[in-house]
Design a protein around this ligand. Structure first.
Ligand code: GTP
Ligand code: MG
Length: 203
């Protein structure tokens, strides 16, 4: 799939104010600064669409974009942002959880993982949390341009191995870079496949 058209729709914190749930939706989540907004921009071929920053905590709301008039892409705030007060973090966790639980058109939550790091407890916990909520997910490893292929392979394998200690099998995963656009085609093709199923079931 190619993104021919993408428009920013709105920024909210209350899932009830999200656009009508009439199109398939895909959300991007992960630790603060992992590269969610950069990935959205890379997929869309538009560097200024989602706001990015070298400082963690840039995205603080649920941001809806509509793609090709056909599906929603959602840029979410990051978890694990230490410099935010506990109270504020709890509020974020609450509205994101509400969004995840109630958004009935949500097809897949893409959990972004920094490929440079060994498995992080906070990511594993979040993935297990999605499992408990029964929400379909997939992973995207980010910033692949920042390490060599051998180390990248090693970290991906280690991450999958760690998850397989608690999960029987794993969903598809992708390796990406916002700088080189690695992973773009595979991620968009995966979304397209699910969109096709969604619209076939509907008709
Ligand atoms: P929050 O909204 O704060 O949760 O962060 P985020 O996950 O949206 O991260 P963002 O896209 O703002 O990127 C954080 C920093 O990482 C920025 O300085 C980006 O330029 C950089 N970055 C993101 N993706 C990549 C990548 O694939 N390669 C490289 N080299 N840098 C990246
Ligand atoms: Mg962001």
């Amino acid at each position: 799939m190619i993104i021919k058209k993408i428009q920013f729709l709105q920024s909210v914190t209350d899932w009830r104010k999200c656009p009508a749930a009439t199109k398939p939706e895909y959300a991007f989540i992960g630790r603060s600064n992992v590269g969610k907004s950069s990935l959205v921009n890379m997929l869309a071929n538009n560097k200024s669409l989602a706001k990015t920053s070298s400082k963690p905590g840039k995205t603080q709301t649920i941001n809806h974009f509509i793609v090709n008039d056909n599906w929603y892409l959602v840029d979410l705030p990051g978890y694990g942002f230490a410099s935010v007060s506990k109270n504020m973090r709890e509020q974020w966790a609450k509205y994101i959880d509400n969004y995840l639980i109630h958004r009935e058109n949500l097809q897949v939550v893409f959990v972004l993982i920094d490929i440079r790091l060994e498995p992080q407890r906070i990511d594993i916990n979040f993935i297990n949390h999605l499992g408990e909520l029964g929400i379909p997910f997939s992973f995207i490893f980010t910033k692949a341009d920042k390490i060599g292929p051998v180390k990248a392979r090693h970290n991906v394998d280690l991450f999958c191995k760690t998850l397989l200690e608690t999960w029987e099998d794993l969903p598809p995963h992708f390796v990406s870079s916002a700088t080189t656009a690695q992973g773009k085609e595979n991620i968009l093709d995966y979304i397209e496949q699910i969109n096709n199923q969604y619209y076939t079931q509907e008709s």
